[in-house]
Ligand binder design. Sequence first.
Ligand SMILES: C[S@@+](CC[C@H](N)C(=O)[O-])C[C@H]1O[C@@H](n2cnc3c(N)ncnc32)[C@H](O)[C@@H]1O
Length: 287
Amino acid sequence: MAWLGWSLGLLALLGGVAAFLYWQLIIAEGAYLGRRVVTWLYDASAHAYDNIKAFQPTYEEMLLARPLRQKLALSGFTDPLVLDVATGTARLPYGLFRYTQYPGRVIGLDLSRKMLVEALPKCQPWADRLTFIWQDASELPFPDDIFDAVACLEALEFMPDPDRVLRELARVLRPGGILLTTNRIGKTARWMPGRTHSAQALEEKLQALEMEMIRIRPWQVDYEMVWAIKPGVRRAVGLRALDEVLRCPRCHAPVSRDGDRYGCEQGHAFAVSAEGILEMASVRQEA
Ligand SMILES: C[S@@+](CC[C@H](N)C(=O)[O-])C[C@H]1O[C@@H](n2cnc3c(N)ncnc32)[C@H](O)[C@@H]1O
């Protein structure tokens, strides 16, 4: 009967390993295993992402793109500059341009290069006003107080340090600017301790960042939608050239373009890929 005991033990062990992997890779999407694993998982699933999510155009228009467009218009931002952090396959930029006659410019930033490659063809009609940057969200390559709106949807919980990313989102938002993010809820949220919050805890974090008019609303099964405003006087400054808003991801100095590369005066350089993606995640020191 010893073999029965061994077999049951082995089965229990395999079941435990399978449950652990399911938790780490499927529910938490690699969040506790580091940004390389998260990125690897998104790279691997990038091609299937839109099909898996099955976004409904009506909901994307009514619940996401139009509310942001209306808030930008009400705030007097006529040619807005919007940053979408962890843009993925460009859900938000696509929605803004496709459904709202959005007149401004959008920068979409993500650490999965393959997600950005998937985003490119569907956003081709608006390529002159949409830029994709391959870069980590915890080091946003922009000066303070620059964007009229900053979004980060369904992504904070996958970051190694979500609080740091929240601080970065608030930093680059201009006074009077609009923050739009999400709060993971539902059954799976409790399996991500340290990465998810109660609505009240998130509100307190945003208050600590001096954000105002914080509104946390039901949105999807797994996410609440979070709106807030950075206090200060609204000042619409219109469209800005990309070079004006970019900073070196290493040293934060201004950068300038020279052909298919950008560089700063400290000698840090990064390429613009053939598809047009700014590859800041692979910045290098030039001689
Ligand atoms: C669930 S997807 C959300 C994508 C998009 N915002 C949406 O709503 O469809 C999460 C995204 O976060 C990105 N991401 C995860 N960690 C990141 C990091 N440290 N920096 C930038 N992007 C990151 C992933 O590559 C992925 O595209």
